[in-house]
Ligand binder design. Structure first.
Ligand code: ATP
Length: 579
């Protein structure tokens, strides 16, 4: 229990206390281990048992000594005993006796020596606790240090004074130095003093994240995750992990929290039937083609299918084929090798490789060029990809989910989409109904979005006036759930009061409303109403196009103003024949 290091430390303390007095001292741990007094000393037994100190002025008239069996052979006449307490137990005692012919001195200064002895024993207890906690700290440090040889992450261990105690090889490479050159130096050689102050301010056990720049790295900014390491409630060091900010961004994009079927709201038979089919086919590896207008929830279905499949632990990688220029799409899908084309400085994995072991979701598949369709067909058939500029093919284990709002059969009949690819992708077709065909879901969706937006913005949920509800129920929703979501967002952001009234409606919805009111009142044929609403919608789009311009950024502003997506605006312009 008591190590040599502890015995040495206690001896040093005792020497400091008593070297200037005419006394001998002895530290005894085991019963009867003393050189100064005999075995079976009754006072020693008492001190060990009770933890109370004892003094003997003269053994001849000391009551305990008089009862002691070894009194006659005991060489000590005068002495002081002080117990050593550690972890609330008596582990030994310190015995002070006079040097030769100094009994008188000790008897005269007994009180003083007693006081010194008491202090000395308290210090000894503290020292023992200190040694023990250093010991456990050093075990802990050993464990942490072993981490540095085990992980590939960029991590370092710094003490409260900013001295680096360990660093992983990957981080020392980033700092363009050897590990041995870095350990023992100050962290302020590598980060700004402002960043170090931020770290050193941490006094709690929580983690903290800050952005920082490394002075000696060419790699730009990092996200630093910092974990203070505590001993007895005080910070003794900091474990810091660095991730390049670029990678963090990619991580967030690629490994964001995925939707599951529980997130798909709606109780209509139309949506419930689709959910049931999707759930049934989730576990298989078959390719799925999701059909449906823009904003009906194709991506949320794709994510839910992945979350319900056996590949749920693997990646879910989404790519909108219409959002990427044709010239870059091939390398985005299949990756490229260094020098494959101008600007390709290094090797890069494509989305198929990233999705290995998981699911790839290719949205707007109907927009793929014929040449890329041929390349995709090869991947679908052979489950192997070839990076652009590489002759080697790499096997990939990926489930393919595709989606489109376009009529693929029509594209096939016009020769714009390969029929062989169509059959390969359309193994399980799932069509998501537009919102106007399941109006009974509108109140549920409105309530759901109201709640989640209010929660996000820290506002209390608002109520909708009956007039507003009526409009939402009657509106055509060509942008589907996304459009409804945007309208609710608009309410939550703009309406100051608790009740959402007509004046908080986006302008184009109010116009649609006025037309519907005419329809309701006149009880004219419904077609007439829709036509006049279309007329208003057309006027409104033209007005906004005139205002913001007909170039892409102008159209984006129009779509924004109308709370619809850009593709929806294009579709509406097509339908209403707006040039
Ligand atoms: N049934 C639903 N319940 C709750 N939220 C939904 C539902 N359907 C769609 N959403 C939400 O509506 C928005 C649009 O959905 P999503 O992006 O999946 O549609 P999409 O059909 O893929 O659209 P696009 O074809 O334009 O890419 C998303 O924010 C999604 O979370």
């Amino acid at each position: 229990m008591v190590s040599n290091e502890m015995v040495d430390a206690l001896n040093t303390i005792a020497t400091k206390f008593f070297y200037m007095y005419p006394v001998n001292y002895e530290i005894c741990f085991h019963q009867g281990s003393s050189n100064l007094h005999p075995h079976h000393c009754l006072i020693e037994t008492k001190v060990r048992k009770t933890g109370i100190h004892a003094k003997v002025n003269n053994k001849d008239n000391h009551c305990t000594c008089m009862d002691c069996s070894v009194q006659s052979s005991c060489p000590i006449t005068t002495a002081c005993f002080e117990p050593i307490i550690y972890k609330q137990q008596v582990i030994g005692f310190v015995l002070v006796t006079p040097k030769k012919n100094e009994e008188k001195w000790l008897q005269l200064h007994m009180e003083k020596i007693e006081g010194q002895l008491q202090l000395c024993s308290e210090l000894m207890s503290l020292k023992l606790e200190n040694i023990q906690s250093n010991l456990s700290n050093s075990h802990f440090k050993d464990e942490i240090n072993s981490l540095f040889t085990f992980v590939d992450d960029s991590i370092l261990l710094v003490d409260q004074d900013g001295i680096i105690h360990n660093i992983s090889y990957s981080l020392s490479a980033l700092l363009l130095s050897n590990k041995s050159e870095i350990v023992g130096t100050s962290i302020s050689s590598y980060i700004s003093s402002h960043d170090w102050l931020e770290i050193a301010k941490m006094r709690v056990q929580n983690e903290m994240k800050i952005n920082l720049k490394l002075r000696k790295s060419h790699k730009g900014s990092f996200l630093a995750k910092i974990k203070p390491i505590l001993s007895d409630g005080t910070v003794i060091s900091y474990l810091i992990q660095l991730s390049p900010l670029e990678t963090m961004k990619e991580k967030l994009q690629n490994h964001r929290v995925l939707y599951s079927f529980n997130d798909i709201k709606g109780t209509s038979a139309a949506i419930q039937n689709v959910i049931e089919v999707a759930k049934r086919v989730s576990p298989s590896n078959s390719s799925i083609l999701l059909r449906g207008e823009s904003g009906t929830g194709k991506e949320i279905f794709a994510q839910s299918i992945h979350s319900e499949s056996n590949r749920r632990e693997g990646p879910f990688i989404a790519l909108n084929c219409a959002a990427i220029p044709e010239s870059l799409l091939e390398s985005e899908l299949f990756g490229h090798v260094k020098g494959a084309f101008t600007g390709s400085n290094g090797n890069r994995a494509g989305r198929f490789e990233m999705a290995n072991g998981g699911t790839i979701f290719l949205d707007e598949i109907g927009d793929l060029s014929l040449s890329l369709q041929a390349k995709l067909l090869r991947v679908v058939q052979e489950r192997k990809i070839e990076r652009v500029g590489d002759s080697k093919s790499t096997p990939v284990d990926v489930r393919i989910i595709t989606a489109t709002h376009r009529n693929l059969e029509e594209l096939v009949s016009r020769g714009e989409f390969r029929s062989d690819l169509y059959f390969r992708l359309n193994v399980i077709p799932i069509t998501i109904p537009p919102l106007r065909n399941r109006r009974e879901d509108i109140p549920i969706l409105v309530e759901y979005f109201l709640k989640s937006f209010s929660k996000q913005s820290g506002k209390s949920p608002k109520r909708l006036s009956k007039e507003v509800y009526d409009i939402l129920l009657q509106y055509e929703w060509s942008g589907n759930i996304r459009e409804l979501q945007n309208v609710v967002h608009h309410f939550v952001q703009l309406e100051i009061g608790d009740l959402v009234t007509l004046k908080s409606l986006p302008q184009y919805l109010s116009i649609a409303n006025q037309t519907d009111m005419v329809y309701d009142v006149s009880a004219s044929v419904r077609g007439g109403s829709i036509n006049s609403r279309k007329g208003h919608e057309k006027d409104e789009i033209i007005r906004l196009l005139d205002k913001f311009g007909r170039h892409t950024s102008g159209k984006k502003k129009v779509a924004n103003e109308m709370n619809i997506s850009l593709p929806t605006l294009y579709r509406r312009m097509n339908k209403l024949k707006i040039k």
